[in-house]
Design a protein around this ligand. Structure first.
Ligand code: ACM
Length: 269
């Protein structure tokens, strides 16, 4: 099956959702794809000072500026979109925010993943994800899994998605450490799946907190081939054609299967 997949790399402006959506609409103009991955917290920005500021820029699970824009875009353009957003929820009478992403499909179906492994100061602001690494159908029934940014450093994240049948792992990110892009080659290779990392670029400053994001968004194929990697600063959307069914072939040699050759009885905690 020919399937056009891609990523968006750009520089969102902190707490400027309208401006960011305008910029995304500009970047998306004329793009044709079946599945597109956007960064973590793609429209809100990342460097929130405290919970109150974050709550003020968060969105409900299934309605809000970001979600409404992408659900409409997905239907109008017949493309599945995976997009990071700060998800507001209630727990035990308290307002909390998950660092989430959603899958919006052209048929209107919609799924949310809540980041399981929080990174650094995120632990002060967000609630850790209470869901699972699950598989969802994207356009044409392609099986996708979602993980967010720092989930990469735990091989169990991608492995769980692969064990559950993911063909493409969609990976919205706001990366600041230098290792992820190289590591994702291994995540693809060891699981024989496609991975799409969409990272943002640029500096973000809020009071005395400053962060720089490393770009290098990429698509890797099932044998670890990098099909494309952006540089650390460029902005844009890149699309290529892959065959997701290649991810169903787990044979490494005629005698080695990447999944069933595992020896869980020999692995220890
Ligand atoms: C990260 O998880 N945003 C590094």
């Amino acid at each position: 099956m020919d399937y056009r997949v891609g990523f968006c790399q750009y520089k969102p402006q902190l707490k400027q959702p309208e401006q960011n959506i305008k910029r995304l609409a500009q970047l998306l103009d004329g793009v044709e794809a079946d599945l597109l991955v956007f960064p973590e917290l793609a429209v809100s920005g990342y460097v929130f000072r405290d919970k109150e500021e974050l709550i003020n820029h968060s969105e409900l699970t299934d309605s809000g500026r970001t979600i409404d824009f992408f659900r409409e875009f997905s239907k109008e353009n017949n493309v599945s979109c995976i997009v990071g957003f700060p998800e507001k929820a209630q727990k035990e009478g308290e307002t909390i925010v998950y660092n989430s992403c959603f899958l919006a499909n052209p048929d209107g179906s919609y799924h949310v993943y809540r980041k399981i492994h929080l990174f650094n100061r995120e632990k002060l602001l967000f609630a850790p994800g209470d869901g699972e690494f699950s598989i969802y159908p994207a356009k044409n029934g392609v099986k996708i899994g979602m993980m967010i940014c720092f989930d990469w450093i735990f091989p169990e994240s991608a492995r769980t998605l692969a064990l559950r049948g993911a063909q493409i792992i969609c990976h919205p990110a706001n990366l600041v450490l230098p290792w992820c892009q190289q590591a994702m080659i291994t995540r693809s290779l060891e699981n024989r799946v496609f991975t799409i990392t969409s990272n943002r670029v640029g500096d973000e400053v809020n009071g005395d907190i400053k962060m720089n994001f490393t770009g290098q968004s990429q698509v890797t194929a099932t044998k670890g081939e990098i099909l494309k990697r952006f540089d650390t600063v460029e902005e844009g959307i890149w699309v290529t054609t892959v065959n997701p069914e290649e991810a169903d072939d787990k044979m490494v040699t005629p005698y080695n299967h990447a999944i069933t050759d595992r020896r869980p009885d020999r692995y220890f905690d």
